[in-house]
Design a protein around this ligand. Sequence first.
Ligand code: HEM
Length: 405
Amino acid sequence: MPTYIPVDPEIVKAVMQYDFNHFVDRGVYCNEEADPLSAHLFSLEGTKWRNLRIKLTPTFTSGKMKMMFDTLVKCGDQLTVEMDKTVGDSINIKDILARFTTDIIGNCAFGIDCNSLQNPDSEFTRYMKLFFTTGFWENMVGLFTFVAPDISKKFNMKIVNPILSKFFMKVIKDTVEYREKNNIHRKDFMHLLLQLKNRGKLVDDGSILNDKDNKGEDTALTMNELAAQAFEKLRQEVNDILDKYDNKLTYDGVMEMHYMEKVINETLRKYPPLPGLNRVCTKDYHVPGTDFTIEKGTKVMIPVLGIQRDPEHYPDPEKFDPERFSEENKKTRHPYTFLPFGEGPRICIGLRFGMVQTKVGLTILLKNYKFSLGSKTALPLKFDPKSFIMTTEGGIWLDYATIND
Ligand code: HEM
């Protein structure tokens, strides 16, 4: 299968931004009739994608993030309750942060207080786990639908496990019915989507979202890098800003955590959850400055991990150095050498939400605990070669104690 892999950031920019109308689609399988949950913003194509993107964009503004902030903090409080139970011991930070993320998805997307932190076996948590687990069969189906989307569509192949499909469709149907019948207003995405459904727009009282986001993996990887390095500087920033806001975790305070932003960006540089980004050429495209034409139907893969670890853009690329993201240093690089959220009109719609969620998680951990790398963590970290998301094999274990011990 011929695939075009641009490595020059200027050509990457042309594909993702300037000449986006030649590369609108991702070429990810989607079948609205036979497999309704496969038809989400990430996989939709052409006009259907554009119309949904326009509708959903207003649900992700900073105002809407502010509205949901208290819910994130509430999930954070549960995180400390759970962490306190095993304090003094070693913890698989990847596992507990995945549960923290599940609670956030449950609360903010579905309005369900699933409390997977305290109850890892709740029904919602079990289905979420299943959603994020890909075995041999899922990988084979995924590969087949990627290589041959047209044949897959003809045979009405399903990439979403029918049990999962049934569960989530029922959760959504029941939630919608309950809220409409009882006139319930909650500060979550479900409420915003209901407004869109019933009024066609958002009202200032302040789905199909589907991203196998990385379940707190970025926060876990940050914790792993930090265990060896920039911990104290970051903790100082967290404490200073909490002091400024009367020891309260606020949206405005989180927005002022600039060193934390550098730390998260450096983590996303070394470990972009999507190490490659797909596009399909939808109209013949002449690559600027060359005599090469990409033909319609050709797959394009933007090698994010390769670009972000290229010593030409990031000298000594294995070194974890948050200062690479100082305003001064950022100016020395081409902007398309940093693509953890993608770029152009198909950039991650949840970028703001993902950053705020990661910042809330890190703030709570740094405010309350001190960490060191646990002996059970297998180094160097190994990544699962079968997963299209960059995810570690095995846990990330940290030893921890409360800050006052
Ligand atoms: C740190 C967390 C996250 C990272 C690193 C991330 C990364 C990405 C990347 C790389 C893409 C593809 C962009 C492209 O092809 O140019 C993407 C798309 C997307 N993300 Fe995220 N994401 C994160 C969190 C979230 C969250 C929290 C949500 C939802 C609340 C979300 C929803 C989506 C959707 C719907 C798309 C498809 C957008 C479209 O095609 O129009 N993401 N994300």
